[in-house]
Structure formats: structure tokens, C-alpha cells
Ligand binder design. Structure first.
Ligand code: J2J
Length: 515
């Protein structure tokens, strides 16, 4: 699962891996930027409005680490973390990092099916959630709500208690991130302190962050994009403040941009469209915004061209993945590169391999990659890893790309069995398995259909036993199974048979084309 020793040595020698840990990094940042703002939040239920300095965050992480340790959380433990965009999210992260326990990043949209799976699969020692209601998602796991956390922290004014035992080393796992996935059960992505710190520090440089920058975290903080590209961690590493938006709507974000003089924000394409439309009606001063990052799904060239004129800032396209590789257009790239490509890799040592269907190197085809912050294997998934990675450690991204001039990449499609619903990834097989649990469903096939707003929506084709159930009943059935709402198909269609490929498999290509 790890990088071979000689490769790791090369990444260290090149200065990518600097032997740092998250805990040590925050300590250094607190010493350097002490009283500057680190996390700004307008507040949410269970989390009061906040303006934490770097020193506050450092101290609060220590106090919570002591409390969690006293409550039995130990080095190597997994802790499923599901919180909205509040400063406690980052406090818990750093507290766990200091203990050497691994956050498992769940999204706020996840419900009992996902949360109970994460808890069971990772044998989680605890589940951190917003409120009492969430506790039902993880019946067998000890849960801490936001209110519990407040009571758990060692009181302020007491000496910070260092968690006993050795903290983690730079090569140790820091956390488990969620994969977009294309299989029945979500895969977990093991990231180390060294590799992840490199990815966001280098991202902060590419995005030209300074201590005067103000980053707006509008997407869910647990997602890899707003976490590390450069995200809140990258902003912290540059001494910059992050504003945590409770939701990404213009109604919430525009006043925050105006009030906090936000300089950079990250969005998925559908939200960028909503922001542009809202900006046209005026009412808020967005003049501080210098950069709008758009990524997570393909941003059309027409939409990309509108960002500069309509929001008065520079567009940065971001094509990344929680498994590692992140590509950025650079802020000073020519306009046509910014609007027509999805950027180029962070690192000179990101290896990009493009293979055609026959496995020959090409400038157009399947993207494979390996490098100083791309994993070599999913967590506890030996069998899946044999196909998701090549023998020499390249990750098969499942994306179809074209290599443009200067090493820039253009995303042209996808070979993986996934729906990208406006940046939210849905593994077709996962939804199919839930549908197959319905007594009237004999077979299910879930595909993406194009959508002008979300890019893609989900359509489920079903072969039924006897009379087809009502669509509303199918939706209710899936809701009752406790899956995140974004995974519930937008459309259902009943058919007598699925089109087949030459080898007798369901031809999703034919189903997709049947719109
Ligand atoms: C087309 N497809 C894209 C883009 C991601 C930064 C930004 C995004 C993610 C992310 C991330 C795309 N155009 N600009 O982790 O750090 C699709 C690809 C990719 C998959 C990864 C980051 N940007 N994609 O989206 O792990 O299919 O990460 O393989 O959620 O999203 O999804 P995810």
C-alpha cells in the first residue's frame, strides 16, 4: 500500500516530503501567525459564531486531544467525523492528528447506510456528529456530538496536556478520505502526513496564497477539494484566514465575501452558474474576490468564459481526486488555457500516463498517474487494488483525458461506472445494490444522463417482477434504506430487458444513449 523505499527517498530528497506532521505544522503556524485569524464562522446550531486565531486553534486542538485521550481515543484508532462547516471540524481533525487517531471523513449528506458502514468497516472507536439525532446512524459506535465535545475539552486556562504516548510520524497515516467510488461499497483512501501536507502546501503556492488571503470554504469541509486544493489546510499553511460558510448559496456566501473581504473561493460547476446569475442582480460587493476555483466536474467552456466578466475575478480550473493527483490552471495562464483546459499537475514528479483502449501510450485515452501525493492502494481493499492500480503503482483514475500543449489536461469523459452529479460522485453499483433489495426489482442498471445544470443526473433502468412499483414508492424505499439523498435516482424507467454487449454484459453505453 505504501510507496517503495527508493521512491519515498526520492520524494524526501526532492523536498516534497519534509518530515512534518499535522500536529507539528499547527504548532509552528501558531508560533508564526499567533494572533492572526485562522477560522471565521457565522455559526450554526451547536456551534456559536467564531473567530479563532491560529493560537486559539492550536490550544483548542490540544485541549480536545487531551479530552479525547482521557475518553479512551488512542493512536491508530479510527474516528468517523461528520460535521458541517464549523471550526470544531478542524479542531477535531487536529486533536485526532495529535493523538495519531485517524479521522474518517464522512459528508454531511451521508445517512445511516453510509455512516454505519464506515463505522463497521473501519472498526471505528467513535463517531463525531452534530447532534443527538445523528447518533442513530451508528448504533454500535460511541458517538460524540458538538455539545459532548465542548464538555470533553480540558478547561481553558489549565496547562495544555500533551497526549501521552508517541504522536504519529510523518510517514504514518493521517486520515482516511472517501473515494468517489465506482464499486458497491465506498473505498477509503489512506493519506499520510507527509504526502498530504505536500499537496496542500504546494497548492497554496500555486494559488499564490499569502497571510493576507481569505479563503471561503463553501463546499463541505470534508471534501478533498475545499480541504486541500488549497482548501482550509492550504490556507492555514500560508497563514491565511478561512471563512466557513454554512452552505454554498449566494444568499449565504455573498454577504460573507463582502464582510470578510474574501479573496478566493472554490465551487463545483453548478454552483458557479448559480453564483454568476446571482451576481448579475447585484446587491453585494464582491470586489475583494480575486480567484474563483471551479472543479469536481467538467466546467463547460461557455460557462468558464463568463466567470471573469461576470464575477470580476480570475477563474482557476481544478481537476483533482481524493486519491491524489490535482491539476490547476495557473493564475497567469493565457485566457484560452484557463477556459479550455482543466490544468496541469501540481508536481514535476506527478507522472501522467495516458493509454488508449489497447494499452498503448497516447495523447488521448485513459488517465493513469503516480506521484508524491497519489496513493498506491485503497485501505484494506487488496482485491480491488489489483485492478485499480497497475503492478508498478499507477492509479487508474477512470477518467478519459486529452493531453494539450504544455502538459495541460482536458477531461473528455469517464470510463468508470460512476455518475458525477454536479461534483457529487455516485457509484452506480452501490445504488443498483440498494434497488435490487426491493422485492419487485429483478434487475437494475443506473446510468448518467446529461443535464444542462448539474452536468449529469441519474437514471435507473429497472426490470421488474410483475407490476412495476410507483416511482414515489421506490424513492421512499431508498430513503428508508438510509442512503444520502443525492444518490437517489432522479429518474426511473421500466424496461423488459437491458441492451447487452458482445460478451453478454449490460451495455451501459447503450442505456445512456437511450435518453
Ligand atoms: C472534470 N472532472 C473532474 C474537473 C474532478 C480538487 C478538485 C476536485 C476534486 C474531486 C478533488 C474535475 N473536470 N475539473 O479531490 O482535490 C472528476 C474526475 C475525478 C473525480 C474525483 C480536489 N475534477 N473531476 O472532485 O475524489 O472524474 O475529487 O476522477 O470527489 O472527479 O472526484 P473526487
Amino acid at each position: 500500500m505504501h510507496w517503495p523505499d527508493d521512491v519515498a527517498a526520492r520524494y524526501r530528497a526532492a523536498g516534497y516530503w519534509r518530515g512534518e506532521t499535522f500536529g507539528g505544522l499547527l504548532r509552528d503556524l501558531a508560533a508564526r501567525y499567533g494572533s492572526r485569524p485562522a477560522l471565521i464562522s457565522p455559526g450554526l446550531p451547536g456551534s456559536p459564531a467564531a473567530r479563532w486565531t491560529f493560537r486559539d486553534l492550536d490550544e483548542r486542538a490540544d485541549r480536545l486531544a487531551a479530552g479525547l485521550h482521557a475518553a479512551g481515543i488512542r493512536h491508530g484508532d479510527r474516528v468517523v467525523l461528520q460535521l458541517p462547516n464549523v471550526p470544531e471540524f478542524h479542531q477535531v481533525c487536529f486533536a485526532l492528528f495529535r493523538i495519531g487517531a485517524l479521522p474518517v471523513f464522512a459528508l454531511p449528506a451521508h445517512r445511516s447506510a453510509e455512516i454505519s458502514y464506515f463505522c463497521e468497516f473501519t472498526e471505528a472507536a467513535a463517531y463525531v456528529c452534530p447532534d443527538e439525532e445523528h447518533k442513530a446512524y451508528a448504533p454500535g459506535t460511541r458517538a460524540f456530538t458538538l455539545a459532548d465535545l465542548a464538555g470533553l475539552s480540558a478547561p481553558s486556562g489549565t496547562d495544555p496536556v500533551e497526549p501521552p504516548g508517541p504522536g504519529p510520524g510523518p510517514g504514518d497515516l493521517a486520515f482516511l478520505q472517501l473515494s468517489g467510488g465506482s464499486t458497491g461499497l465506498p473505498k477509503l483512501i489512506p493519506r499520510t502526513h507527509d504526502d498530504y501536507i505536500y499537496s496542500f502546501r504546494a497548492s497554496a503556492e500555486i494559488c499564490e496564497l499569502t497571510p493576507e488571503s481569505v479563503y471561503l470554504c463553501a463546499l463541505p469541509a470534508a471534501h478533498n477539494f475545499p480541504m486541500s486544493s488549497p482548501g482550509v489546510f492550504g490556507a492555514l499553511s500560508a497563514g491565511a484566514a478561512s471563512v466557513l460558510a454554512p452552505d454554498p448559496s449566494p444568499g449565504t456566501c455573498f454577504p460573507l465575501i463582502e464582510r470578510e473581504r474574501v479573496t478566493i473561493a472554490a465551487l463545483v460547476p453548478p454552483l458557479a452558474l448559480v453564483w454568476m446569475d446571482a451576481a448579475a442582480s447585484g446587491g453585494h460587493d464582491l470586489s475583494s474576490l480575486e480567484v474563483l476555483q471551479v472543479g469536481g466536474a467538467k466546467f463547460s467552456e461557455e460557462a468558464a468564459k463568463r466567470v471573469g466578466p461576470e464575477l470580476g475575478c480570475t477563474l482557476q480550473q481544478v481537476f483533482g481526486m481524493a486519491e491524489g493527483l490535482v491539476n490547476y490552471t495557473r493564475l497567469d495562464d493565457p485566457e484560452d488555457v484557463i477556459v479550455s483546459t482543466q490544468g496541469r499537475p501540481i508536481s514535476p514528479d506527478d507522472e501522467i500516463l495516458i493509454l488508449d483502449d489497447e494499452g498503448n501510450e497516447s495523447d488521448h485515452g485513459h488517465l493513469l498517474t503516480r506521484g508524491p501525493y497519489t496513493i498506491r492502494g485503497y485501505w484494506r481493499a487488496d482485491e480491488h487494488n489489483r485492478t485499480a492500480f497497475t503492478e508498478d503503482g499507477f492509479y487508474r483514475t477512470g477518467d478519459i483525458v486529452r493531453r494539450a500543449e504544455g502538459g495541460y489536461l482536458v477531461v473528455e469523459g469517464r470510463a468508470k461506472d460512476q455518475i458525477n452529479r454536479g461534483g457529487e460522485k455516485i457509484a452506480a453499483e452501490e445504488v443498483e445494490n440498494h434497488l435490487l433489495a426491493h422485492p419487485a426489482v429483478r434487475d437494475a442498471s443506473v446510468v448518467a444522463v446529461p443535464d444542462p445544470y448539474l452536468g449529469e443526473r441519474t437514471r435507473a433502468y429497472l426490470i421488474c417482477r410483475g407490476e412495476a412499483p410507483k416511482k414515489a414508492e421506490l424513492r421512499a424505499f431508498l430513503r428508508d434504506r438510509g442512503i444520502a439523498a443525492f444518490k437517489i435516482p432522479d429518474m426511473f424507467e421500466f424496461v423488459d430487458a437491458f441492451p447487452q454487449t458482445a460478451v453478454g454484459k449490460v451495455s451501459k453505453r447503450h442505456l445512456r444513449e437511450r435518453t
